[in-house]
Write a protein that binds this ligand. Structure first.
Ligand code: AMP
Length: 590
C-alpha cells in the first residue's frame, strides 16, 4: 500500500479533504457530502457533533455550538462547550479528525499525513496553531500552504511559466485577494489583502435584517431577543441568497417564525435578485477597495494580470463574477467548484510531495455562450436582434439559469423564444438551436408589460432544456436541443480562452449592460425597412466600421443604435432624420 498524503482545506465556514488518484485530484466524500461545515457542537442527548449535525443544532442551541473557530486560531482564547473548555486548536482538531475519518473510510486505509491550507495573511502563530490542531487529530502536517497557492495549483498554473494570477476569494466569513506569481514552476504569493470580517455571512445578515423589517412592518411584531427566530431568519436568508445565484427571483420563506396572541406568523416575501444586489452593493464595493490595494502593494496594474481565479462559495453570486470581470477586464476562471478548489489544490501539493504524477483537472463545460434573442428600447428606438446570454461560455455543466423577460408592449400576448449558441452580440449571427412560441401572456399588474420566465437547464449529456413559463397562467412551453459540449483540461481551456479573447473584438460591446440586461425585452414584431440607395450605402459604411472592431464601446453602441434605428424607421421623416445623424457620426468616426 503506497503512502497517502491528503490535502485539507480547513475553512472558516466549510472544510474538505481531497486526494490525487490516477493522476486526478478529487474530493473524498461521506455519502454524498463532499464538504462539511466547520462547526463543532455539544448536545446533551447525543454528545459531540461535527459538521452538518453540529450546524443543524446551531439553530436549536447556539450556546453549545462553535462556528468560525479559524478566526481564533493562534489566540489563547478558551472556548466553553458542554461543561468543558477547549483551545482553538482542540476545536479545529475535531474538524480535522472528522476529515481524517472521512478519508480513511473512503479509501479503506489509514491516513496519517496531510497538507493543510491557511490564508496567505496567517501569521506564524496561526500557522503553528494549525499544525498543532493536525497533531491533536492524529495527522502529521507535512506542509502548510497558502490558500491562493492551492487554487493556482488546482488550475495547473504551476505548469505554465511566467503568469500573474489574481485570486479573488470570498468565502463564508472572510474575503481576501492575492496576487500569485508563477516563475520557473515556483508558485509564490506576491501580495495579499483582505477583510477578515467580510464574507457570505454578511450578505445573509443584510438580507435577514431586511426580512426582519418586512416581517415587523407586516405583523407589527418584533423578533428582537428571540434568538431562535433570528437564527431561523438568517438560515432563510442564506437559502434565498443561494437561490438568487441561479434564479432572478425567489421567496424568503420561514413558517411559524413567531406568534401573536396564539396566531402563528409566517415570513413569505418575494425577493428579486436586483433587490438583493442593491441591498448588498456596499459589501461588494468593499472588495473593490481590496482589489485596488493589492495591486498597489505589488506595484502592478490590471494589465499585468494574466489569469483571474474565483475561490469561495460566495463567488457564485453573479454580481461577483460581473464585478471581477469588469475590474480586471479578464473573464475569471470559475470552472472548478469554488468551494472545492482549495482542497483540490492541497491534494495536488500533497501528490507533488509524495512524488505522484498529477494530470490537469478535466472539466465538462459549455464552450459557447447560450441565450435567447431579445430586443430593447434605447432612446425611444427599438433595437432588435440582441443576444441575451443566460449561460456564459466555459460554464461547468450541469448548470441551470433562469431570467425574466418582459414583452415590448403592454398588450403583447405572444413571444417567440429563439435559442442561440455563440458569442456575437447580434443574435442572428450565432447558431440557432431551436425556437418556439409562448402564448396568452398577461401582465401581473395593470399597465405592466407581461413577463415570461425563461429557464435553461444544461445537463451532462449536452442536452439543453429550455422552458418558458407564463407565470400568470402557469402554462409552460419547452424544447430540448443539443448544444455543443466539451471536455477540456484546464490548460486547454485557458489556451482556448486566450485565443478567443484575441479574436473577439466585440467583447466589451457584448458585456454592456444595455445589451445584456437581466430584464431585456423579448422582441415580437419585425419591421421591414424601406431604404433608398444613399441610406443603404451609409449603412454599409457604418457596418464596416462596426465590423472593424476599432471603436470604443460608446462609439459602437452609438453606431449600432443608429443602424438599428434606420432599419426600424417606419416613416420617411424618421429615415431622413436618422440618416443625417448617421452621416455626421460617420464623418467624425472615419
Ligand atoms: P466557503 O467558505 O468557501 O465554503 O463559502 C461558504 C459561503 O458561500 C457561504 O456564505 C454560503 O452561503 C456561500 N454560498 C455557497 N453557495 C452559494 C451560491 N450558490 N450563491 C451564493 N452564495 C453561496
Amino acid at each position: 500500500m503506497s503512502e497517502i498524503i491528503v490535502g485539507i482545506d480547513l475553512g472558516t465556514t466549510n472544510s474538505a479533504v481531497a486526494i490525487v488518484q490516477d493522476g486526478q485530484p478529487r474530493l473524498l466524500a461521506k455519502g454524498d457530502q463532499k464538504i462539511i461545515p466547520s462547526v463543532v457542537a455539544y448536545s446533551k442527548q447525543v454528545g459531540w457533533l461535527v459538521g452538518r449535525p453540529a450546524l443543524n443544532q446551531y439553530v436549536l442551541d447556539p450556546d453549545n455550538t462553535v462556528r468560525s473557530i479559524k478566526r481564533k486560531m493562534g489566540s489563547d482564547e478558551r472556548i466553553k462547550l458542554g461543561d468543558r473548555e477547549f483551545s482553538p486548536q482542540e476545536i479545529s482538531a475535531f474538524i480535522l479528525r472528522e476529515l481524517k475519518t472521512i478519508a480513511e473510510e473512503s479509501l479503506g486505509q489509514p491516513v496519517t499525513k496531510a497538507v493543510i491550507t491557511v490564508p496567505a495573511y496567517f501569521t506564524n502563530a496561526q500557522r503553528q496553531a494549525t499544525k498543532e490542531a493536525g497533531t491533536i487529530a492524529g495527522l502529521e502536517v507535512v506542509r502548510i500552504i497558502n490558500e491562493p497557492t492551492a487554487a493556482a495549483l488546482a488550475y495547473g498554473l504551476n505548469e505554465d511559466d511566467d503568469q500573474m494570477a489574481l485570486v479573488y476569494d470570498l468565502g463564508g466569513g472572510t474575503f481576501d485577494v492575492s496576487l500569485v506569481e508563477m516563475m520557473g514552476g515556483v508558485v509564490e504569493v506576491r501580495a495579499s489583502h483582505g477583510d477578515t470580517c467580510l464574507g457570505g455571512d454578511d450578505f445573509d445578515y443584510k438580507l435577514a435584517e431586511h426580512a426582519h423589517k418586512l416581517f415587523e412592518a407586516k405583523h407589527k411584531t418584533s423578533l428582537h431577543g428571540n434568538r431562535l427566530a433570528l437564527a431561523r431568519l438568517r438560515h432563510a436568508a442564506e437559502m434565498a441568497k443561494i437561490e438568487l445565484s441561479t434564479f432572478p427571483e425567489t421567496h424568503l420563506r420561514e413558517e411559524y417564525l413567531a406568534e401573536h396572541n396564539g396566531t402563528p406568523l409566517h415570513l413569505d416575501e418575494l425577493l428579486l435578485r436586483r433587490e438583493f444586489e442593491e441591498l448588498t452593493e456596499d459589501l461588494l464595493n468593499r472588495t473593490t477597495e481590496s482589489l485596488k490595494k493589492v495591486l498597489a502593494d505589488a506595484k502592478l496594474e490590471v494589465g499585468d494580470l494574466s489569469r483571474v481565479l474565483l475561490v469561495g462559495g460566495s463567488t457564485r453570486m453573479p454580481a461577483v463574477w460581473n464585478l471581477v470581470q469588469e475590474f480586471t477586464g479578464i473573464e475569471p476562471d470559475a470552472e472548478i467548484n469554488p468551494d472545492e478548489v482549495v482542497a483540490l489544490g492541497a491534494a495536488v501539493q500533497a501528490a507533488i510531495i509524495a512524488g505522484q504524477p498529477v494530470d490537469s483537472i478535466l472539466v465538462d463545460l459549455t464552450p459557447y455562450s447560450l441565450g435567447i434573442e431579445s430586443a430593447t428600447i434605447m432612446n425611444g428606438q427599438v433595437i432588435p436582434d440582441i443576444f441575451t446570454v443566460l449561460i456564459h461560455r466555459n460554464t461547468t455543466i450541469p448548470v441551470t439559469k433562469e431570467e425574466i423577460f418582459y414583452t415590448l408592449h403592454p398588450n403583447q400576448d405572444t413571444v417567440e423564444i429563439k435559442v442561440y449558441q455563440g458569442e456575437s452580440p447580434q443574435a442572428s449571427a450565432n447558431t440557432l438551436l431551436g425556437e418556439f412560441m409562448i402564448k396568452n401572456l398577461k401582465s401581473t399588474k395593470p399597465g405592466e408589460n407581461p413577463s415570461v420566465h425563461v429557464r435553461f437547464d444544461f445537463d451532462v449529456n449536452g442536452m439543453l432544456n429550455v422552458k418558458a413559463t407564463n407565470h400568470v397562467t402557469g402554462s409552460q412551453e419547452a424544447i430540448t436541443v443539443e448544444a455543443t459540449q466539451a471536455t477540456l483540461t484546464l490548460n486547454e481551456l485557458a489556451e482556448a480562452r486566450r485565443q478567443l479573447a484575441e479574436l473577439n473584438t466585440y467583447e466589451d460591446f457584448e458585456d454592456d449592460d444595455d445589451f445584456d440586461d437581466e430584464e431585456s425585452e423579448v422582441e415580437l414584431e419585425e419591421v421591414s425597412p424601406e431604404m433608398d440607395a444613399e441610406t443603404a450605402a451609409l449603412l454599409q459604411r457604418a457596418q464596416g466600421l462596426l465590423d472593424g472592431g476599432a471603436l470604443t464601446k460608446t462609439q459602437a453602441i452609438q453606431l449600432k443604435t443608429l443602424i438599428d434605428g434606420l432599419n426600424e424607421a417606419e416613416t420617411q421623416d424618421k429615415l431622413d432624420e436618422l440618416s443625417e445623424e448617421l452621416l455626421d457620426v460617420l464623418f467624425d468616426l472615419e
